[in-house]
Design a protein around this ligand. Structure first.
Ligand code: CAA
Length: 256
């Protein structure tokens, strides 16, 4: 197995483990990743951390040797698989964070872009270098990067294929934070810690409101927010949270 899934406290941990190829996304890895995502979905985990094995790379992208000489139909299937797997990751009900502690190129950065959050160490080197290979990003990068950093920056990064270092990544909003303390798993867990005590329903509604609103005009975005905030208001967790405030105690959320 090249993708492992473990649980630490309430956090699921997926580790890509193919360090000799810088954790490149072979079709085998993608299929295993899809399977472990199902296990995460069925688990009691309240958050997900994704890391890559070894000191050098989070993930160096699609497996380049596998791309050589593939008939067009197989290639389309490959892009579809990558897009489907990363969309399943993006749609997980729990928050996810990619800890980028080395290279995150091509499909590797696209994997990180499909997470709710990204944390980098000073060693992070990120980019979508597909044009250097005569390709373009195929696992969601052309769609998720502009939504995160804006069209102008995304076009410049996709069309130059250049490398972004941690500090610039944080400045342009590609990564949420730089953190160098401890192992990648510890970094991811520390980032998610403040969210773990909240209602999973409130977290999910909040994320849906922001992300679905980003696809809509302001009128429809506000409608989405109104609908989701009404759903949140009607939840038992909202009753508990409001009452706990009045009672001056910590709320005991039940996740809906
Ligand atoms: N696929 C398969 N193997 C890869 C790989 C990849 N994407 N990236 C690196 N490797 C392998 C290398 O072939 C090498 O293997 P060997 O030791 O057997 O020769 C090993 O990993 C170590 O790599 P390097 O010796 O190149 O390490 P480096 O530190 O000198 O360079 C690097 C690191 C800058 C990341 C360089 O390896 C590199 O540029 N890799 C390719 C990155 C890339 O272009 N990614 C995009 C792929 S296309 C894509 O992802 C399409 C999409 O949208 C889905």
């Amino acid at each position: 197995m090249t993708v492992s899934l473990t649980f630490v406290d309430q956090i699921a941990h997926i580790n890509l483990s193919r360090p000799k190829a810088l954790n490149a996304l072979s079709f085998q890895i993608l299929s295993e990743f899809r399977d472990v995502l199902v296990q995460v979905e069925e688990s009691e985990a309240r958050a997900l951390v994704i890391t890559g094995e070894g000191d050098k790379a989070f993930c160096a992208g699609a497996d380049i040797p596998e791309l050589i000489g593939r008939p067009l139909m197989r290639e389309l299937e490959g892009a579809q698989l990558g897009q489907e797997v990363f969309q399943a990751l993006a749609q997980l009900k729990i928050p996810s964070v990619a800890v980028i502690h080395g290279y995150a190129f091509g499909g590797g950065l696209e994997l990180a872009l499909a997470c709710t959050f990204r944390v980098a160490t000073d060693h992070a080197r990120m980019g979508l270098p597909e044009v250097k290979l005569g390709l373009i990003p195929g696992y969601g990068g052309t769609q998720r990067l502009p939504r995160l950093v804006g069209e102008g920056r995304a076009l410049e990064l996709v069309m130059s294929g250049r490398t972004v270092y941690a500090e610039e990544g944080e400045r342009i909003g590609l990564v949420n934070k730089i953190d160098n303390e401890g192992s990648p798993l510890e970094i991811g867990m520390r980032f998610l810690q403040p969210m773990l005590k909240h209602s999973l329903c409130a977290l999910y509604f909040a994320r849906e409101a922001v992300q679905r609103g980003m696809q809509a005009d302001i009128t429809n975005g506000l409608r989405i927010e109104r609908d989701l905030s009404t759903l949140a208001y009607r939840s038992d967790d909202a009753s508990e949270g409001l009452q706990a405030f009045i009672d001056k105690r910590t709320p005991n959320f039940k996740d809906c």
